[in-house]
Write a protein that binds this ligand. Structure first.
Ligand SMILES: *Cc1c(COP(=O)(O)O)cnc(C)c1O
Length: 380
């Protein structure tokens, strides 16, 4: 298959000769109305009805027991890890194949990442690789799960639902139970994705979502923490604000708060976008089907949702034959004004995480060398 025909196909999908971005937001519902309403009401900041509305909408859509809106996805993940008990010096196991925000969130709590390999089926954390690393390196003691050599606490496991494709959650939950680890799902990319009928981010003890401008819905900047237990939900609200003990006028704060609150202005945009989510999901699924049919029988392997899951198909992806063919596509398509992107560099190649413990990362490296993302904005 020649690269020109891929460019032509994408141009035909988007019906334009102009630049085609990887992902652009769409605001054709009540977004403008709700945002202007916050200006008229003067409630643009940390107090207002849209924050509550947005949280309740998200709870009823996903079935999480408590959703707490935050200023961005990194903050949501950081709050989730803090609530999971991650402390200075701890180890947190995650994927090397992820966006850097996953690791930044734990880094600022003073924790260190451990990278284990991903599954070629989900592109997310592989339960077998996770368990193998634990068997080789970890021990269960009266202090919990610790690293046998460094004696650091291994506190949490953070799988990421890459491009919206759910990881193998049942198997990961089993490993976490066995090893006394807290499961925190990085569901930043997977709003609208379901694992065996349950929404991603609601199966782990905590989940974190992002509403950055390139995600399936956006609040400008924003995120959300999902909590499985109602008690954790109350604490999530407490620490992501100022940890103020309710009182009509006295100021008393009983622990250090983060002020990770989402402003009402952003939540208003989120409420408008949430009303459009089903439309976006339908359009994304039909776009993915068009890509899948187009690449069928070619040397490119279209990345499909795992059989056990329903993906939001946030970003479409294909695996190229090799690194050279990937590079050729990246150069020619971007030069033709059709944006395509490689997957992120693996986290242990970045200077701040280069000394992190890791397994052989065989699948991660293969995907890193060969995957490209294709334009994925929802088309009507
Ligand atoms: C987008 C994203 C985040 C969080 O992003 P913010 O820009 O902080 O909202 C975290 N993890 C992954 C995998 C992401 O794609």
């Amino acid at each position: 298959m020649n690269i020109k025909s891929i460019v032509e196909f994408v141009r035909d999908v988007y019906k334009t000769d102009e630049f085609i971005p990887l992902h652009a937001p769409v605001f054709d519902g009540n977004e403008k109305k709700y945002v202007l309403d916050t200006l008229d009401s003067t409630f643009v900041s940390s107090v207002g009805k849209y924050v509550d509305d947005f949280e309740r909408k998200m709870e009823s859509y996903t079935g999480t027991s408590r959703a707490v809106a935050t200023v961005n996805g990194t903050a949501a993940l950081s709050a989730a890890l803090y609530l999971a008990g991650v402390k200075r010096g701890d180890l947190v196991i995650t994927q090397a194949l992820t966006f850097v925000a996953t690791c930044n969130a734990l880094y600022h709590l003073g924790a260190e990442p451990v990278f284990t390999d991903v599954s070629p089926v989900s592109l997310g954390l592989c339960p077998v690789a996770l368990e193998n690393w634990l068997l080789e390196n970890a021990a269960l003691t009266d202090k919990g799960c610790v690293h046998r050599k460094t004696h650091q606490n291994i506190r949490a496991v953070v799988p990421m639902h890459t491009f919206g494709h759910p990881v193998e959650l049942d198997e990961l939950i089993d490993v976490c139970k066995k090893w006394h680890l807290v499961l925190v799902e990085d569901a930043a990319e997977s709003l609208g994705s379901f694992y065996k009928g349950r929404h991603t981010g609601t199966l782990g003890e905590y989940g974190a979502l992002s509403f950055n401008g390139n995600k399936i819905i956006t609040t400008g900047g924003g995120g959300m923490v999902f909590c499985r237990s109602p008690e954790a939900g109350i604490r999530a609200k407490h620490i992501t604000t100022t940890a103020k003990v309710p009182h009509p006028y006295e100021f008393y704060h009983d622990e250090p708060g983060f002020n990770y609150r989402m402003p009402n202005l952003n939540a208003a945009l989120g409420c408008g976008q949430m009303e459009q989510l089903d439309v976006f999901l339908k359009r994304k699924r039909s776009l993915a089907q068009r890509y899948e049919r187009f690449f069928e029988g070619s040397e490119f392997e279209f990345v499909k949702e795992p059989s056990y899951a329903k993906s939001n198909y946030w970003l479409n992806a294909v695996i190229c034959e090799n690194n050279d063919s990937r590079d050729a596509i990246l150069a020619e398509m971007n030069a033709s004004n059709v944006m395509v992107r490689p997957i992120w560099k693996l986290m242990h190649r970045l200077p701040m995480f280069e000394s992190a413990m890791r397994d052989d990362l065989t699948n991660s490296e293969k995907i890193e060398a060969r995957l490209i993302n294709l334009p994925s904005s929802p088309v009507a």
